[in-house]
Ligand binder design. Structure first.
Ligand SMILES: Nc1ncnc2c1ncn2[C@@H]1O[C@H](COP(=O)(O)OP(=O)(O)OP(=O)(O)O)[C@@H](O)[C@H]1O
Ligand SMILES: [Mg+2]
Length: 258
């Protein structure tokens, strides 16, 4: 096998309709282990809906999701997350009244077995787990330059900082694979560069990513391969140079898909 060509996450023939509207019409595509795989396509193409299916937020009417060689189609989102498959959302889901640090602490799962321990040990175990979680959160926030804002209400962050907080929240679970839905949307260009650098660093540490993005600079800088979705179908897949040279792709963005 060619190094880096192994599949980590796969959508197999995903079908999903909202009433009569077919949002995903037999979508099959894969995401590389150790890679950053891109998903692009016009508004309404089905990109976020596909991420909802992959993450376990929405159950499709047909098809399967394979993660790390196992069919996870039947698993709810939190159980996929426990296996290492996490995601961020297009609209940041920060809890505005809570602080930056509290938002990260919420992502930390309670320890299994906590409830059955005797009360004295339970308190010790909970405190220890909490201390570990705070340490982990601090390390993450330092990496993205948000530690100085740890006690600020999340609603006071800029759009880009909220995106970073959302990414850190996904990273609290120490995932193997992260789906990012528009990590650059509404973010100033300097911070877009920082987010891209952070993703590349995490990739270097062995993490794999799937990214939906309209920002083509970010897609070009990070992603290979790139899958193009249009009207609920995979139009084509390839490198950035390949999809850019594809007339069908240009047509799809201009609304000209037949
Ligand atoms: N819960 C829902 N009920 C009905 N229709 C929906 C629902 N969610 C999504 N859709 C429709 O499905 C289609 C695909 O939506 P989706 O959000 O996946 O698009 P997208 O490719 O992420 O677009 P964008 O680039 O604008 O984020 C759209 O036409 C949308 O209106
Ligand atoms: Mg979307």
């Amino acid at each position: 096998m060619i190094p880096g060509s192994e599949t980590m996450l796969e959508a197999r023939d995903i079908r999903l309709s909202f009433g009569d509207f077919v949002a995903l019409d037999g979508v099959s595509l894969s995401f590389r282990r150790g890679g950053v795989t891109g998903i692009v396509g016009p508004n309404g193409a089905g990109k976020s809906t596909l991420f909802n299916v992959l993450g376990g937020q929405v159950r499709p009417q047909g098809g399967a999701v394979i993660y790390a060689g196992q069919d996870v189609s039947h698993l709810p989102a939190h159980r996929r997350a426990r296996r290492g498959l996490t995601r961020t959302f297009q609209i940041s889901r920060e809890l505005g009244a809570l602080t930056v640090l509290e938002n990260l602490m919420l992502a930390f799962p309670r320890q299994p077995g906590e409830a059955v321990l005797p009360i004295f040990f339970r308190k010790t175990a909970v405190r220890q787990a909490e201390e570990e979680a705070i340490e982990h959160a601090r390390a993450l926030l330092e990496r993205v330059n948000l530690w100085r804002l740890a006690d600020a209400p999340a609603k006071t962050l800029s759009g880009g900082q909220k995106k970073l907080l959302e990414l850190c929240r996904a990273l609290m679970l120490e995932p193997g694979f992260v789906l990012l839905d528009e990590p650059a949307a509404g973010v100033n260009p300097v911070l877009v560069g920082e987010i891209a650098d952070f993703i590349r660093t995490l990739q270097g540490e062995g993490m794999s990513f799937g990214i939906v993005e309209h920002n083509m600079d970010m897609i070009a800088a990070l992603c290979d391969p790139i899958h193009v979705l249009a009207e609920g179908r995979v139009l084509t897949s390839g490198t950035f140079a390949e999809i850019s040279a594809n007339a069908q792709v240009t047509d799809a963005y201009l609304g000209g898909v037949a």
